[in-house]
Design a protein around this ligand. Sequence first.
Ligand SMILES: [Zn+2]
Length: 399
Amino acid sequence: MLTLNCIQFSFISKIEYYGFTMHPESENSLPKHCGQALFVGSDVYREAAFGKHHPLSIIRVAGVVDLCQMLGWFDHEQFRQSPQASVDQLKKFHHTDYIDALIEADTTGSVTREVRERYRIGTMENPLFAGLFRRASTAVGGSIRAAELAMEGRVVFHPSGGTHHGRANRASGFCYFNDPVFAILTFLEMGISRVLYVDLDAHHGDGVQDAFAQDARVMTISIHEEKRWPHSGLVEDRAAGSARNLPVPRDFNDNELDYLIDNAVLPLAGDFKPGALVITCGADALEGDPLSRLALSNSGLWTAVEKLVQDNERSVVLGGGGYNPWTVVRCWSGLWGRLSGRRIPDALAPEIRSFLQGFECDLIDQDEIPGNWITSLADPWNDGPVRSEVSRLPGLVLN
Ligand SMILES: [Zn+2]
């Protein structure tokens, strides 16, 4: 069935196929893994989390699963359950006292002031909520599982992953643990000698960079909005040598991302020669996200991920940030479609439009929702000039 989809795909022109004109350089053949992609998930993400007014209280991964099901893109053979990581597994990166504090906070539903200040849990940013430990450790278990499955020579999509700010000894930026670190550690444990990590979230992938700053087996590359929290990841920041950072200006467009992928990320990857790839594909760099000011389309992000995945035999693609339910759910659903060789529809069926219309978000004014967030899956390519602040970056990170 999947092979058939790939064959059918190759007979249809890309322009006609996507239903809109794509930037010429963005036209790619499908990843060579077409037909082998897997989706890792869990029903734990259907449970309410983070409290009512937190930016992550919106529908996200459960919406992706539902939308993909409505599109007929979710067959049983391609889905794998995310197990919960054990405490022993968590200890491979996180400190025992922090894990214990998180379990205690989850069990009692409260923290002392000392615990709050030391571990940054029970705060507005990283709130306590029922099921917190299970949810956070399931994201870690999912990223471990994703890397194990990718070792078979696949691309594995785990959109509930991407908690890239989590620290060994504390929570940070809505992240309690750091699941991308575990995907990388799993590849290393399974015998991969070099792992490339690429972070396309709007925020600097600080937790992952710092976790492997002294480890020559891992190269971390982060493209993120400049002058935005956590304010690390300046272009001259290379950690101990294995990190590269590409901070980009507001209104960063698809041509600019494509330029950086072609002229910085792919050349760096070519020199590093990784045996496996981990991507954090936050959806908060998309136009319309309330917590950042970049202007990518979902088509631009899908093309970037495809270009990276094509050159790697083993790839794990994680989610990450994203605080607009319409752009997040459409982006990650379409990303799964592209990675698994499905046809992106030109327009969405009435029941899918109703589904998208039912989303709610405190941070988005309902009157300002563009029609295409409801009627289509793919955004048009966001054309624009490659500004000098962007075109200078490859020269600064390649030497
Ligand atoms: Zn982010």
